[in-house]
Design a protein around this ligand. Structure first.
Ligand code: ATP
Length: 199
């Protein structure tokens, strides 16, 4: 059996918070690999404001290139329309059945709170082990309480980094060094990303 961590997100851009969490969880859960899954169209975000998929994927690949346990999966990028986790899990189970995989799906506390809004959340819980972890400023609210016994909570080093914060700093002409890998910082600069207000 292969133990595979799945980390879905918009990754606009991927930041050191994502990478630190992934390496930490890989070790804690003794995972064989972690697959980063950039969403094509996010169900709950304003997609007009999100960078094109190929740009987000390019930054992700730069960021993970030196970690042999980290891979990028195109499963959501190649599919038209909104990226639903339940469909992603079905596709991955189908595509990789020969690996006999056990999937561990990572979600930060901000996303845990949105679980009731996801498509078929109860079914998601039968197709993977959901691994939840803290995020500064977020606590589970009443509406998500019924789901909590089905999630596995792990303590991680808390980091107040978000892609929004990175985009904001770039827009203000401030340094993002050490918040993202150097390769991602250079890519953002060369491609003049996040320089327009609100992007
Ligand atoms: P944005 O600020 O654009 O919303 P983000 O930083 O939340 O982006 P995403 O790509 O949307 O990044 O996040 C993917 C996953 O990573 C989500 O489950 C989110 O909860 C989690 N995550 C991202 N940053 C952190 C962090 N600093 N601590 C804990 N979880 C995080």
């Amino acid at each position: 059996m292969r133990k595979i961590g799945l980390f879905g997100g918009t990754f606009d851009p991927i930041h050191n918070g994502h990478l630190i969490i992934s390496e930490y969880l890989r070790e804690e859960l003794v995972l064989d690999e972690i697959w980063f899954i950039p969403a094509r169209v996010h169900a709950l975000k304003n997609n007009e404001m999100i960078s094109p998929p190929e740009v987000r994927k390019a930054m992700l690949e730069l960021a993970i290139s030196e970690n042999r346990y980290f891979k990028c999966s195109d499963v959501e990028l190649v599919k038209e329309g909104i990226s639903y986790t339940i469909e992603t899990l079905d596709s991955l189970h189908q595509m990789y059945s020969s690996l006999n995989p056990k999937f561990y799906f990572f979600i930060g506390m901000d996303n845990v709170d949105e679980l009731p809004l996801w498509k078929k959340p109860a079914e998601i819980l039968t197709k993977c082990q959901v691994i939840a972890f803290g995020r500064p400023g977020f606590k589970p609210s009443e509406k998500v309480k019924p789901f909590l016994p089905h999630l596995q909570f792990l303590h991680i080093p808390l980091l107040e980094i978000s892609s929004t914060f990175i985009r904001l700093r770039v827009g203000q002409g401030k340094s993002i060094r050490y918040l993202v890998p150097d390769s991602v910082m250079h890519y953002i600069k060369e491609n003049q990303l996040y320089t327009r207000p609100g992007k």
